[in-house]
Design a binder for this molecule. Sequence first.
Ligand code: KG4
Ligand code: ZN
Length: 355
Amino acid sequence: MSYFQTAAKKLGKFGSRQDTNIIAIETSCDETACAVIRNGREVLSNVISSQVEIHKKYGGVVPEIASRKHIELIDYVVDEAVSKAGVSLENIDAVAVTNGPGLVGALLVGVSHAKAMAFALEVPLVGVHHIEGHICANYVQYKEMRPPFVCLVASGGHSHLVYVKDYGRYQILGRTRDDAAGEAFDKVARALGLGYPGGPLLEKEAQKGNPNAVDFPRTYLEAGSLDFSFSGLKTAVLNHLNVCRQKGQPVNSADIAASFQNAVVQVLVDKTLMAVRKCKADIVALAGGVASNDVLRRELDSRCAGQGIEVRYPSKLLCTDNAAMIGTAGYYRLCRGISSPMTLNAVASMEIDSY
Ligand code: KG4
Ligand code: ZN
């Protein structure tokens, strides 16, 4: 009996037809998202409703507002994803949902909705780790891509270097000890008065600046360490701004943005390549919101060119939060016969687990 047939048998309705359609829900932060994924990698629909405009005026995500907006939007987003997919509900084989890490109130909206759908449709429910979802966005982008590979996951809440040994087999090689890369982008953008969300606005500002104008510190930690630390860099930028303001010197925000971005990208790429060498990997992937940064993509491309290392990164839409990546991650769990009980809970902070 094949892997897939065993899973199908264990999970009842999952995979009972030739094609497997998974409906996936993502509400871990400020995007209400739903997607329908066929056979793990084909995106039938991928609907994302962003709350950016609402949180913008507060300079960041307000958790309570995010939860309330998810409640208002979830029905519409799910309906739109189902209708765009052109699949009737009786042809849905499973429901995947992000159950952590993230804002607990926001996660609960998606988890409750997913439970109700799985119960009503009598199909398996599967909880997905948000970071695992980001990694799996690469499978959505590259239909032929298979593990093993090294993946740098850089988002607003996480900076992880992960060795993906196989589907669902993860070895964490390094992680941030303080701020995540995206968090540093957001905080520096705020200090420069660029607004929210900081990453893309800072990248745009940096295009007008000189990346070597200010020599900001690069933190590598102990020799050989694959952990990250960005709080020192963030503080250095804030100090630089304070000194300029105290001395009445003009602040060249484009130069500061470009120099900051240059420092972050250099450390991210250096450590990612250390991880690639350590694992003797020949594929390296990017994932998470910061992976949509063009300077990071170009730097990794150019450092890997001619080295026999293939570079992968999802489209920008698949780098930031979306539900297609959750559907794909859920599919591989279900293929191993793993589903979640109806007692599945939302968890604010959780480790990525291998299965
Ligand atoms: O993965 P994501 O959408 O949400 C989380 O799981 O956190 O990542 C959002 C983060 C934010 O910190 C945002 O500023 C950052 O990704 N980001 C970027 C860019 N686009 C988004 N950072 C740098 N350059 C970008 N172009
Ligand atoms: Zn994310």
